[in-house]
Design a protein around this ligand. Structure first.
Ligand SMILES: Cc1cc2nc3c(=O)[nH]c(=O)nc-3n(C[C@H](O)[C@H](O)[C@H](O)COP(=O)(O)OP(=O)(O)OC[C@H]3O[C@@H](n4cnc5c(N)ncnc54)[C@H](O)[C@@H]3O)c2cc1C
Ligand code: SF4
Ligand code: SF4
Ligand code: SF4
Length: 385
């Protein structure tokens, strides 16, 4: 059976990059939102001339990278930049490289209406909006076309996003450019914008107040360095449930994320940036608990840039297998309640008045697992003593 969504209609085969719709010469593919809040392509068969361009360029079939990829544990020497970032502040160093060359930086921001979108910036001040992770699938809007426009003007462009969004851009452009820097975050999953929206509305219904902003993983000591929601009246509420549903319990993510083609250490963009999970075991002295990045340098273009930016960071080289030992090296497991959860959303049984209750229900850890975890932790402590 074909592994292309346009043929097999299996949702886990489509990451939603939208390239097929952009490159169709007949303009006969539309990206349509499904009941889970994710976009999928639909072909108007009456207009299709069967050229197969959409299938040939589908980003969900990445080719493997033969370059000898180098991995580093890193931290930005600029403490202010590092503090604004989710991990070690690598994004800001790459952004600075491009802005200093009068280039353009693409990244993901959360707007005042809490929509999560891709946009571009032409100064470091503007780039602040891209700082820190937003755990929602972003809307790409016309970013790919804009990247092409800026490259045609001979400007440097840094594109940051998920690996599948980077691969989509590469397929859309069709050729590389010395002035294009592709930077992918390590990404184990990406949640539904519809669920995120319903979640925010449910908080507003419960508190009777408008939500101003959500900080998915803050470095705010006052909020114990964890996620929180800020209401328009200034109140801050700690928030663990959304991250749990996205990250540890895998309830609300795009189907392609459970079958992701961008796992493990064979990285595809020029640079990959992520958290250095397990740093405390590999370089305990390097870890100051202020966020350490895993940076991989994946192409000869990136290798040259790394030589020019490395003075802006403290870094330690690490064997690539070791770097991914505790990070996204296999697909995340699907939550057994995911199907029923989204069926109830489609039927309107789960809505913005009760979604929090259902997210709690379907992310609860079974009692026997809690006991097992306690025993495991207890044994680890005994071993350390
Ligand atoms: C959905 C998601 C899942 C992730 N999963 C992992 C993981 O499994 N393992 C891991 O090591 N790291 C993961 N990360 C990446 C990590 O949290 C940091 O974003 C990354 O290390 C960059 O941090 P930084 O300190 O260099 O800069 P930061 O200032 O934190 O950089 C933010 C960067 O992330 C981009 N970004 C923010 N939100 C999104 C989004 N929704 N979609 C695409 N790009 C976005 C911005 O454009 C910017 O380039 C994930 C991030 C996201 C958004
Ligand atoms: S086969 Fe060609 S014309 Fe038909 S949808 Fe795909 S790209 Fe468009
Ligand atoms: S090109 Fe992108 S949107 Fe189109 S089918 Fe492939 S993964 Fe899905
Ligand atoms: S987990 Fe894979 S498919 Fe899902 S958003 Fe990340 S890179 Fe794309």
């Amino acid at each position: 059976m074909s592994n292309i969504y346009l043929d097999n209609k299996i949702k886990s085969s489509c990451n939603g990059c939208g390239v097929c719709a952009l490159i169709c010469p007949q303009n006969c593919i539309k990206m349509i939102e499904d009941s889970e809040g994710f976009l999928y392509p639909e072909i108007d068969e009456n207009k299709c001339i069967k050229c197969n361009k959409c299938r040939r360029l589908c980003s969900n079939n990445p080719i493997s990278n033969e370059f000898s990829i180098q991995a580093y544990a890193t931290k930005n020497k600029n403490n202010e930049q590092r503090k604004q970032s989710t991990s070690g502040g690598m994004f800001k160093i790459l952004a600075e490289y491009v802005i200093e060359r009068q280039g353009v930086v693409f990244g993901v921001e959360i707007m005042d209406d809490l929509k999560v979108v891709h946009d571009y910036a032409e100064s470091m001040q503007e780039c602040k909006k891209f700082s820190a992770s937003k755990y929602v699938r972003s809307e790409l809007n016309n970013s790919y076309r804009k990247v092409k426009e800026f490259l045609n003007q001979d400007r440097y462009v840094l594109f940051t996003g998920t690996p599948c969004q980077n691969e989509g851009l590469r397929k859309f452009l069709g050729k590389d450019s010395n002035k294009l820097i592709l930077c992918e975050i390590i990404c184990h999953a990406n949640p539904s914008p519809k669920v995120f929206n319903m979640y925010i509305r449910n908080i507003e219904n419960k508190t009777g107040k408008s939500v101003k902003m959500i900080y998915f993983r803050s470095k705010n000591a006052e909020m114990n360095n964890s996620s929180y929601i800020e209401l328009k009246d200034g109140t801050k509420i700690a928030d663990k449930l959304y991250n749990k549903a996205f990250s540890s319990k895998q309830l609300i993510n795009r189907p392609s994320c459970y079958n992701c083609k961008f796992v493990d250490e064979n990285r595809k963009a020029d640079f990959t940036i992520g958290d250095f999970w397990g740093i405390e075991n590999i370089f305990p002295d390097f870890n100051d608990n202020k966020g350490i990045s895993l940076l991989t340098v994946n192409t000869s273009k990136a290798e040259k840039i790394f030589e020019e930016i490395k003075d802006k960071m403290d870094y330690k080289k690490v064997e690539i297998k070791k770097a991914f030992e505790k990070n996204h090296n296999s697909n995340v497991p699907i939550n057994p309640h995911r199907e029923i959860f989204f069926e109830k959303i489609a039927a309107g049984k789960i809505n913005e008045n009760n979604i929090i209750r259902y997210m709690k229900k379907y992310t609860r850890t079974a009692l026997y697992k809690k006991v097992l975890n306690r025993v495991k932790n207890h044994n680890v402590l005994l071993k350390k003593e």
